[in-house]
Design a protein around this ligand. Structure first.
Ligand SMILES: [Zn+2]
Length: 516
């Protein structure tokens, strides 16, 4: 870990020296120079914005006071910068406040465990102690019903334990190949056996255990890296559902399955609150010549809440806020209207951006281009043309006016194909509008920060955030000034066997949370 953090510091210093010294402007366009000076040099605000959003406001789960606070904070920043801004309510979500989670092993020895409640989990009203058990090998439904009363007051381990919490790449680098193969084979068969056992509880195992009076449901969702777990949602009403680290879950599993008497004390607090309003925050620089045509910057403001939502998606949020600040400074009277959308409830299915797309047909119809960012830190290096056959010519012209320090690493996928799930850019692409994802490097994001308990401020590469904000502002400027509209012509999509495939279709945005 020390070695990799030193590498990051070195990279950051290198980027800083590149940014400060060697910019090459392909044209003498004063707007591009002004955006660069404001975004890449000392006046950049991305570090301060990211620190407040991740450290002080923290995670921004749908329905929580954290998301409402972030909504107000983003709106207040735009107001302070003199950029017209509005909060658009599009629906509601169930209200919930995460407080603290303390999980202690109290027998056969004492140790404080690393873990947290899942999102929207019920908590305890006081510290609760109980035995830890694994689900036994139950023959059938009758055996399940007979066993169920015995879970009362106990903590039930429901996830398959990992035999190792070392990443596979570490095994592959240092162990004999036969050792690695044996570990993987043992892991596969133990997971198969575990799944067979837990499947006998049926599809609603958590509800069943809750009905049996379990003191807690204990899960682990290891993200296959050192010390990193993904933390998603609970679906119980009264029984707390916990995520424990790979290591600590494995410890409990070994103790319980070998009858060594593990007991836990859990003090986990949360509050169920009344339904709360959900908003998109939308800020605008009004177009002077073509006010009914739009350039749309976007990033979702909500997050999962296992950590601080730093790379998913404080980075995109701050990038687009800063891009608007740069545009206000360098290009305050754009030809086309420049909008930014800070979307709600992306993590529950792109809900905020889908609602905006439904509620603002005029924006979809008049959309010149939308640029969305939603995958972490590192510089934007890839833009897929999404199957729009006329888009690349425009991107080619726009990027040719952007300093090579920023555009030089960007690959265009031409003509590309539309994604199926993805992020908020799909809410506009599905309606036929030119809508693109600004893509950063992916692999370590997926493993280490995306939806994990490690998605915190320290993972951000501030120099790259400056780079990305400057890029977004320059792309918005170029798209606004472009004399031509980006055409909406689509390629024919074919499956690997040659059949014609349908273009992604929009589906109605749910305006309230599903029943619990
Ligand atoms: Zn995201």
């Amino acid at each position: 870990m020390i070695r990799s953090s030193l590498c990051l510091v070195t990279l950051a210093l290198l980027t800083a020296s590149v940014a400060a010294g060697a910019q090459t402007f392909p044209t003498d366009d004063p707007v591009i120079r002004r955006i660069w000076d404001e975004g890449m040099m000392s006046r950049s605000q991305v570090a301060d914005l990211a620190q407040v959003l991740t450290d002080s406001i923290g995670p921004r789960l749908s329905g929580t006071p954290g998301l409402l606070a972030a909504t107000d904070w983003v709106a207040a920043r735009y107001a302070a910068w003199g950029i017209p801004v509005r909060k658009e309510k599009y629906g509601t979500w169930f209200g919930w406040r995460r407080r603290y989670t303390h999980i202690d092993l109290i027998a056969p020895r004492e140790r404080t465990l690393e873990g947290t409640m899942l999102a929207w989990s019920p908590g305890t009203t006081k510290p609760v102690e109980g035995e830890v058990i694994v689900i036994p090998d139950l023959a059938d439904g009758v055996a399940v019903s007979r066993w169920l009363p015995s879970v009362k007051g106990k903590f039930v381990l429901v996830s398959a334990p990992e035999p190792t919490c070392r990443p596979d790449e570490n095994w592959e680098r240092l162990a004999r190949p036969a050792t690695v193969a044996a570990m993987k084979a043992a892991r596969d068969s133990s997971k198969r056996y575990w799944n067979q056992r837990t499947q006998r509880l049926g599809r609603n195992a958590h509800a069943l255990l809750e009905g049996g009076g379990a003191a807690g449901i204990v899960t682990t969702l290891w993200s296959a890296g050192w010390g990193v777990n993904k933390v998603f949602a609970a679906h119980t009403r009264t029984t707390p559902v916990l995520d424990l680290s790979c290591e600590d879950y494995g410890l409990l599993h070994r103790l319980a399955s070998r009858n060594q008497g593990p007991r836990l004390r859990l003090d986990a607090r949360s509050e169920a609150l009344p339904d709360v309003p959900m908003f998109n925050v939308v800020a605008e620089l009004k177009g002077t010549e073509k006010p009914d045509e739009y350039v749309l910057l976007g990033a979702h403001l909500d997050s999962w809440d296992g950590a601080s939502g730093a790379t998913d998606n404080a980075t995109g949020t701050v990038m687009m806020m800063e891009a608007m600040r740069l545009l206000k400074a360098a290009y305050p009277n754009p030809q086309r209207t420049i909008l930014v959308g800070h979307w709600g409830a992306e993590e529950q299915g792109l809900i905020g951006s889908r609602a905006f797309s439904e509620d603002h047909k005029e924006v979809v119809d008049g959309l010149q281009a939308a640029f969305n960012q939603d995958n972490g830190t590192w510089r934007v290096e890839y833009i897929r043309m999404m199957g729009l056959t006329g888009a690349a010519a425009h991107f080619g012209r726009w990027l040719s006016n952007i300093p090579s320090e920023i555009e030089g690493i960007i690959d265009l996928d031409i003509p590309g194909v539309p994604e199926t799930g993805g992020s908020d850019h799909m809410s506009f692409l599905c309606a036929g509008a030119p809508s693109f994802r600004l893509q950063s490097n992916y692999p370590d994001y997926r493993q280490y920060t995306w939806h994990t308990n490690r998605d915190t401020f320290d993972k951000l590469i501030i120099d790259d955030l400056k780079n990305n904000a400057t890029l977004a502002a320059m792309l918005a400027y170029e798209a606004s000034e472009d004399p031509e509209r980006v055409p909406r012509d689509r390629r024919v999509l074919t499956s690997p066997d040659g059949a014609t495939m349908a273009w992604p279709r929009c589906s109605p945005a749910p305006r309230s949370a599903p029943a619990r």
